[in-house]
Design a protein around this ligand. Sequence first.
Ligand SMILES: NC(=O)c1ccc[n+]([C@@H]2O[C@H](COP(=O)([O-])OP(=O)(O)OC[C@H]3O[C@@H](n4cnc5c(N)ncnc54)[C@H](O)[C@@H]3O)[C@@H](O)[C@H]2O)c1
Ligand SMILES: [Fe+2]
Length: 371
Amino acid sequence: MKTFGIKPDIKAGEDSLSFLKTLPYKKYFIVTDDMMVQLKLTDKIIENLNSDCKIKIFSKVEPNPTVDIVQKGIVDFITFEPECVIALGGGSPIDACKGILYFGDKIFNLLGKENKRLFIAIPTTSGTGSEVTSYSVITNGSSKIALADDKMLPNIAILNPEFMKTLPKKVVADTGMDVLTHALEAYVSKNSNPITDAMAMEAMKIIFENLFDHYKDRSILEPREKVQYASCMAGAAFNNSSLGINHSIAHSIGAKFHIPHGRANAILLPYIIEVNSNADIRYAKVAHALGLPASSAAEGKCALKTWIEIMKEKMGIQKSLKEYGVDFEEFRKLIPDILIDIKKDICTTYNPNQLSDEEYIRLLLKVYYGE
Ligand SMILES: NC(=O)c1ccc[n+]([C@@H]2O[C@H](COP(=O)([O-])OP(=O)(O)OC[C@H]3O[C@@H](n4cnc5c(N)ncnc54)[C@H](O)[C@@H]3O)[C@@H](O)[C@H]2O)c1
Ligand SMILES: [Fe+2]
């Protein structure tokens, strides 16, 4: 049996923060990072909450959030006992918040307390789609662990395009390529279905038509808003169909060499398309839908890969780990650990091709040298 859920409720648009005005709660816990406080985006949340409520802000989240950060957040969550929890930021604060709630709720249960809290996610990158997924990715030492549980799915997601105006170009490039990777992996996943296909394909069309415009000028509403919708749709697609080895490898090398998540995915993407031979027809269908040459599966797959390589170049994304600056000896020594990480990662299960160790090693060397 396949299960498909379209959740959570989504409020979208420039006026979407006004939804917060309708909330009746007395205690709000905001999980975010320091950048959101500096940019005064937290103030925009607070302005919309009722004036007599108590607010606690946990702003210690850093990119690629660690178990340590989650533990610190749990202490604040447990002691404050909020009625509503708001995650504000990119994937890092939203994922950290999910970890805090997942383990914090367990502790409340052990204490015999029922903690009915509303969970609202407000993304400020486009992005991970974490606002509509049951996934949380937490860094534990030199590995990243992708947890999946419906208990971490937000109750409400608020898509406010105003928050994306301050994004640095580099973050737009990385997170936009993350969206493309989510949609493409969801589309070629062995667990895809017509509903996930529709969302993934539309997300890819939007990225194709809008990501570079958004990258060039974040002040223009239309591409900014469209890319935000694409991020959300790609998240909903992969939440139901799963991701693939692009993400398994990105999780591992991202944690080991401190590469931002979207950048790791973008470096890998052309090589993963190449290796996933079982999905050739699906890649060609994507190329066809994007208006790229696709008179045969081989031509379509090649055209899709070439378009991605051009996009990467236009947005200053490196072709290889070598170009990114990863030291070869360090990389070579960690290959056995990377293989262990890939096999443990939940994203590996539904990848179109299952690779042997030798094939993984060959792939990793290609990604390193860019050949
Ligand atoms: N839960 C999921 O489904 C899922 C999916 C993919 C990735 N992830 C995880 O999400 C994390 C990456 O999240 P991300 O790519 O959104 O980046 P991020 O949250 O790590 O943010 C990257 C940087 O951009 C800054 N930033 C964010 N929004 C900004 C804004 N509006 N203006 C200015 N600066 C802003 C942040 O302060 C940070 O310095 C990784 O840990 C990754 O593994 C989770
Ligand atoms: Fe991702």
